[in-house]
Design a protein around this ligand. Structure first.
Ligand SMILES: NC(=O)c1ccc[n+]([C@@H]2O[C@H](COP(=O)([O-])OP(=O)(O)OC[C@H]3O[C@@H](n4cnc5c(N)ncnc54)[C@H](OP(=O)(O)O)[C@@H]3O)[C@@H](O)[C@H]2O)c1
Length: 233
């Protein structure tokens, strides 16, 4: 039997490599997967490529509609991955991204988790996506992005603590720079070496997939750097 057989997975914020690789890996593991983001055309192509279901939604205002659709079409949520993001650089002398970065990485993400946990049972698992930036000191041109991801790290701990009694685990992965492209079946290991800044999305998706599997059930409230050691360079 496949490791994720019979489980239901919802991935929010799917456009590029990470969302695609994760959808593919979870589906290959036997999970029923639904992906969402605002852009329906992109989702349709990704769903075709990875063999999963899709439903477009703007999670600043359509979370209930999405969750009702998921419940109707798939069932209860066992695995929830929240990739909602966006990236914008700014500095203390021109702090133009503070509102948008806090809005997507923190507010939209937390409001989405708040509503989703009401549809999750004991034994289910949530994974958020932080950044290796939160472990670096040289981040002067990523002020609002870094601050927002750092807030997400704390949110991971607070959510894990808050959901202990519900039996729902919450963890986060913290990648370095993820390549946007994903192709099924390629030799992604040949595309990077330890310490590289850029990594194929399969490397990050594998760790998220593991966080949904029973082998990781004693990992809770952790922010796991998944950067091949880039942060030490
Ligand atoms: N790419 C990297 O190098 C890298 C490195 C470290 C961490 N990360 C993190 O990894 C995650 C995925 O990154 P990514 O590069 O694949 O994507 P991204 O450009 O950071 O955007 C993430 C996704 O969020 C969706 N989104 C934004 N606002 C939304 C809303 N209101 N409702 C629904 N969906 C919304 C976007 O799709 P729509 O625009 O179609 O809605 C997109 O699919 C993010 O959290 C990112 O910060 C990425």
């Amino acid at each position: 039997m496949k490791a994720l057989s019979g489980s239901n997975s919802l991935i929010a914020g799917v456009s590029y490599g990470l969302g695609q690789a994760l959808a593919y890996q979870l589906a290959q593991g036997g999970s029923r997967v639904l992906i969402t983001a605002r852009n329906g055309e992109k989702l349709e192509k990704i769903a075709e490529k990875t063999g999963v279901k899709f439903y477009p939604s703007d999670l600043t205002r359509e979370t209930d509609i999405l969750l009702d659709y998921f419940a109707r079409e798939i069932g209860a949520i066992d695995n929830l991955a929240v990739l909602i993001g966006g990236y914008s650089q700014d500095t203390i002398s021109d702090m133009n991204s503070l509102d948008s970065m806090l809005e997507s990485h923190v507010r939209t993400t937390l409001k989405f988790v708040e509503k989703s946990v009401k549809r999750m049972k004991s034994g289910s698992s949530i994974v958020l996506v932080s950044s290796t930036q939160t472990f670096l000191t040289r981040t002067t041109t990523d002020l609002s992005y870094s601050v927002s991801k750092y807030a997400l790290n704390k949110a991971t701990e607070v959510l894990a603590a808050s959901l202990l009694k519900s039996g729902i685990r919450v963890n986060a992965v913290a990648p370095s720079s993820i390549l946007k492209n994903f192709e099924t079946g390629r030799n992604y290991r040949s595309m990077r070496k330890l310490g590289d800044l850029e990594t194929p999305p399969e490397d990050i998706a594998s760790v998220i997939t593991w966080l949904f599997r029973p082998e990781s059930e004693w990992v809770n409230g952790a922010v796991i750097p998944v950067d091949g050691g880039y942060r030490f360079r």
